[in-house]
Design a protein around this ligand. Structure first.
Ligand SMILES: C[S@@+](CC[C@H](N)C(=O)[O-])C[C@H]1O[C@@H](n2cnc3c(N)ncnc32)[C@H](O)[C@@H]1O
Length: 248
């Protein structure tokens, strides 16, 4: 049985440089808040501290099961979790803030990106804000052809307390860059159980991303290059973080 949700959650909770940024968005737009691709609740659970009403949508039953198992009673009343596809979902609620953290957007094909943006517009309250983070498309395109795996983090497995080594590698493919994260669970007798996650980030010109927002009726009001508020610079930033308002 896979413990990938647990490994993903532990890894990305240690490397959680983005959480203060998402909390700051929630302070500005107190809710209701919708997170698209909420996964294990790495962002959704900290957002619950703000007291906002929250909805999380994700298609992955295992990620959602992990999240549900980790919700306190109070959070269970505050957070509504929906298993579904964020390209096609339809809810009766409208939101003041919609978020898509953690690079999910750039794993979507062009038509799927447009479908998501159209859903965002449809589920926005007047003046609502949509915030999405992704790798800087130019940074992705200019990565060397391959990146070989190197151990970048070691943490204790939360259940066994054995070490888990995290390494990642990437390869350029025809239409994007495939990243793989390996979790090597090392047992006392020397056995290693490897579990891997793959994310395929598709190439797209930055201008085309902006055009897709416009087409959906989302007006871009800020672009940042990191979670500290640095302005986006296509030649230097590792991230592209877009903040957009739903046009009336
Ligand atoms: C990189 S994880 C991000 C999880 C969480 N937002 C975070 O910051 O840790 C991407 C999540 O998006 C979900 N996802 C990807 N495509 C989806 C789709 N079409 N509909 C709903 N969820 C999707 C995956 O199941 C996964 O949980």
């Amino acid at each position: 049985m896979t413990d990938l949700p647990l490994l993903y959650h532990t890894h990305h909770t240690i490397e959680a440089e983005d959480i203060p940024f998402w909390l700051a968005q929630a302070e500005k737009f107190p809710g209701p808040i919708l997170e698209l691709g909420c996964g294990t609740g790495r962002v959704l659970i900290p957002l619950a501290q703000t007291g906002a009403r929250l909805v999380g949508v994700d298609k992955d039953a295992q990620m959602l099961a992990f999240l549900r198992a980790n919700l306190s009673e109070a959070h269970t009343a505050q957070i509504n979790l929906i298993r579904g596809d964020f390209r096609h979902f339809c809810l009766t609620s409208r939101f003041a803030l919609i978020l898509m953290p953690c690079n999910t957007f750039s794993t979507l094909a062009v038509a799927d990106r447009q479908a998501v943006l159209n859903r965002v517009r449809l589920h926005s309250q007047p003046g609502a804000c949509f915030v999405v983070s992704m790798p800087n498309p130019l940074f992705l395109a200019e990565l060397p052809q391959t990146g070989d795996p190197e151990v970048e983090l070691i943490f204790s497995h939360p259940l066994t307390e054995n070490p888990v080594e995290v390494s990642s590698e990437w390869q350029h493919r025809k239409h994007g860059v495939a990243f793989q994260w390996h979790y090597d669970h090392i047992f006392p007798d020397g056995r290693i159980k490897r579990q891997s996650l793959t994310a395929y980030h598709l190439h797209q010109k930055i201008e085309n991303v902006y055009v897709a927002f416009k087409k959906a009726g989302l007006e871009i009001i800020a672009t940042h290059g990191d979670y500290d508020g640095e302005e986006f610079n296509p030649d230097e930033s590792t991230h592209l973080i877009i903040t957009a308002h739903a046009r009336d």
